[in-house]
Design a protein around this ligand. Structure first.
Ligand SMILES: Nc1nc2c(ncn2[C@@H]2O[C@H](COP(=O)(O)OP(=O)(O)OP(=O)(O)O)[C@@H](O)[C@H]2O)c(=O)[nH]1
Ligand SMILES: [Mg+2]
Length: 344
C-alpha cells in the first residue's frame, strides 16, 4: 500500500518524508514523486526475540511517497496531482506553522483534486463519444455505454463541487470506472503540521470527520530532535518547554488510518512483523509472505502475541489451549502470531 504525502508548496511533505523514512529526498527530483520505506515501530518484536532468540529480526515497513508541492494559485496542479494516482491513501499536510487554516486549506485541496479528476473524465467522455460514432461489436458497445453512463454521473457530481463517493455508486458503475483511480475517491487524512512550540495537539481534532481523521505534530521540530540522542532530545524539550508527538505515534496512526495492521511470524530463524489490511484473511496474510503461499496454503496456526509473551513459550500457550488452527478464511487479528502450513 502506497501512502501519498500531498499538500501545497512548503507544507512540510519532504520533511515528513525524511522523518518517517530516514531518506533525504533527492533535490533533483522535486518535480516528480519519490518513494521510500518507513519502518513500523513494533515493541512486541523485542518481546518475541527474548523467547525465540532468532538469527534475524525484520520490521514491517510502509511505502511513503513524497510528491511535488501544489501551487496556491492552482496553476499546474492537475499535472502535479497525477503523481498521486498510484497512491492508495493520502496524507494531506496543512502547514499551520506558517499560518495556514485547516478548513480553507482542505477546501482548496479538494477543489484541486476535483479539477484533476474532472479533466480525466471530460477527456475520456470525448474519446468515448468518438468511438460510439463507429460501428462496434455489441459487447464493446454495451461496455462503452455503461462507462459513459457512469462517467456522466461522476462528471455531474464533480461539476457541482462534490467529490466522488465510491459507496454511492452502483457496482456496475464502480467497476467501469475504478481503473481511473480518481483522487477524490481515495481515502485520506489531514496532517496538521504545527509550529514548534505547539503544546495542544488535540485541539485540531475539531476538524476530524469519519472520512478525514486528523493527526497533528510539528514535523520541523521532530526532524531536528531526531538528529539528537533520545535523552538529549528529551532534555532539550524539557528545557525549552516543547512537546513532541513522536515518530512511533505518527507512523502507527497513519498505518491505522490507512486500514492496515500488523501480524507477526516467529521462529528461531527469524522474528518478523508484517503489514496487511485490517479484516484481511489468513490467505491474504500468507500472500504477504510469498505469492506461492496462496496456492500452497493448507492451514495456519494462530497464537496471540500477548498470550505468547505473557506465558513465555509456544509450549505454554499450547498447554493452556490458547492456540488455534484455522483455515484460509480466518480473519486475522492485529497482533496474531501466525505459522503457515503449506504443501510442498
Ligand atoms: N517551523 C517549521 N518549519 C517547517 C516545518 N515543516 C517544514 N518546515 C520548513 O518549511 C520549509 C518547507 O518544508 P518542506 O518539507 O521542504 O516542504 P514541502 O512540502 O516538501 O515543500 P515543496 O516540496 O516545495 O512542496 C523548510 O524550510 C522546512 O524546514 C515545521 O513543522 N515547522
Ligand atoms: Mg518537497
Amino acid at each position: 500500500m502506497k501512502i501519498g504525502l500531498v499538500g501545497y508548496s512548503g507544507s512540510g511533505k519532504s520533511s515528513l518524508f525524511s522523518w518517517l523514512s530516514g531518506v533525504t529526498p533527492d533535490p533533483a527530483a522535486v518535480n516528480s514523486s519519490q518513494s521510500a520505506m518507513a519502518l513500523i515501530p513494533e515493541p512486541r518484536l523485542e518481546a518475541l526475540c527474548k523467547i525465540y532468540k532468532p538469527k534475524k529480526v525484520t520490521y514491517a515497513s510502509m511505502e511513503v511517497d513524497d510528491t511535488p508541492g501544489l501551487n496556491r494559485d492552482h496553476v499546474g496542479n492537475v499535472s502535479k496531482l497525477a503523481y498521486l494516482r498510484e497512491a492508495d491513501y493520502l496524507v494531506c499536510l496543512v502547514p499551520v506553522f506558517n499560518g495556514a487554516r485547516v478548513d480553507s486549506e482542505m477546501q482548496a485541496f479538494v477543489e484541486d483534486m476535483i479539477l484533476a479528476d474532472l479533466e480525466i473524465v471530460v477527456n475520456r467522455l470525448e474519446k468515448i463519444d468518438e468511438q460510439l460514432k463507429r460501428h462496434l461489436p455489441k459487447e464493446n458497445l454495451e461496455k462503452l455505454q455503461i462507462e459513459k453512463e457512469a462517467l456522466v454521473v461522476i462528471r455531474d457530481r464533480l461539476e457541482s463541487g462534490n467529490p466522488i463517493l465510491a459507496d454511492e455508486m452502483s457496482d456496475e458503475h464502480y467497476h467501469a470506472t475504478r481503473s481511473f483511480r480518481f483522487l477524490t475517491e481515495k481515502r485520506r487524512m489531514i496532517f496538521v503540521n504545527t509550529g514548534d512550540d505547539e503544546v495542544d495537539f488535540e485541539q485540531y481534532q475539531r476538524f476530524a470527520t469519519d472520512r478525514e481523521p486528523v493527526l497533528a505534530a510539528s514535523v520541523g521540530l521532530e526532524l531536528e530532535l531526531n538528529k539528537m540522542e533520545p535523552e538529549e532530545a528529551d532534555a532539550f524539550c524539557q528545557e525549552m518547554g516543547l512537546t513532541r508527538v513522536g515518530r512511533d505515534k505518527v507512523v502507527r496512526t497513519i498505518m491505522d488510518n490507512s486500514g492496515q495492521m500488523v501480524f507477526l511470524t516467529a521462529g528461531e530463524k527469524e522474528v518478523r512483523s508484517w503489514l496487511m489490511s485490517k479484516n484481511g484473511t489468513a490467505l491474504e496474510a500468507a500472500g504477504r509472505i510469498h505469492s506461492d503461499f496462496i496456492k500452497k496454503f493448507i492451514r495456519c496456526e494462530v497464537m496471540s502475541c500477548d498470550d505468547l509473551t505473557r506465558l513465555g513459550s509456544e509450549r505454554e500457550v499450547k498447554s493452556a489451549g490458547l492456540n488455534h488452527r484455522e483455515t484460509k478464511d480466518y480473519i486475522v487479528k492485529e497482533g496474531d502470531v501466525l505459522l503457515f502450513h503449506i504443501s510442498q
